[in-house]
Design a protein around this ligand. Structure first.
Ligand code: SF4
Length: 210
């Protein structure tokens, strides 16, 4: 996976990209004539939140205190105590993680590294089942097909998405479905990719310059 630009800029591009919001994380496989999007879907295993404490600005901690209706000093102290364990061999869970339901208590205020996980900063955890499946799907879809480049949604935006030639789509969809039995992933894959109309095949795609 490439990381080519500042995450803040990239996130704003992702948010601005039609359906491609920060909630639809994906990998974009860039072929010579078209792009194929592979959706990522979190299985909410909570593995990352159990061993990771993200950084927060002072201002954000104030907002979090207001959201949770707790005294800011309390949040600050609790956060600093946890942060101390961030780089130890026994990292603690994030203080905003709800272990019984695998939920983030500050979901609307979670930082960018959480919004973009597993495509943020240090990358995904290969022990994460959803990330492992994603990597397998990307590699199966790109295999022997000569991708020009592969991007992840931490910086790939959908505005310049080049549609898949109509005649290639059945084979691409079949290949995707052969690799996963997840109906949600298959539905998202269909929703996320653009197909060129039947009467507009390769001649139009070849006009698109890279
Ligand atoms: S802020 Fe939320 S999403 Fe991020 S690590 Fe903590 S619990 Fe997980």
């Amino acid at each position: 996976m490439h990381l080519k630009c500042d995450t803040t800029t990239c996130l704003s591009k992702v948010i601005g990209g039609g359906d491609m919001t920060e909630h639809s994380l994906f990998t974009k496989i860039h072929f010579i004539t078209h792009d194929v999007y592979i959706p990522f879907r979190c299985k909410r295993c909570g593995r990352r939140c159990r061993t990771f404490i993200p950084r927060f600005s002072h201002e954000r901690l104030e907002e979090i205190a207001a959201l949770l209706d707790r005294p800011p000093a309390d949040i600050h102290r609790h956060y600093r105590e946890r942060l101390h364990y961030r780089y130890t061999k026994t990292p603690l869970p994030c203080l905003f993680f709800k272990d019984d339901t695998n939920e983030c208590m500050i979901y609307p205020l979670r930082p960018q590294c959480c919004r973009l996980y597993p495509f943020s900063y240090g990358g995904g955890d290969k022990n994460c089942p959803a990330y492992r499946e994603h990597l397998m799907l990307v590699s199966a879809m790109a295999e022997e097909r000569g991708p020009y480049d592969i991007y992840d949604s931490s910086f790939a935006h959908a505005i310049d998405q080049r549609p898949i030639p109509h005649r290639d789509w059945p084979e691409i969809l079949q290949r995707f479905m052969a690799e996963t039995s997840s109906h949600i992933l298959i539905r998202n894959f269909i929703k996320m990719n653009r197909i060129m109309p039947r009467d507009n095949t390769y001649s139009q795609a070849e006009d698109l310059t890279l």
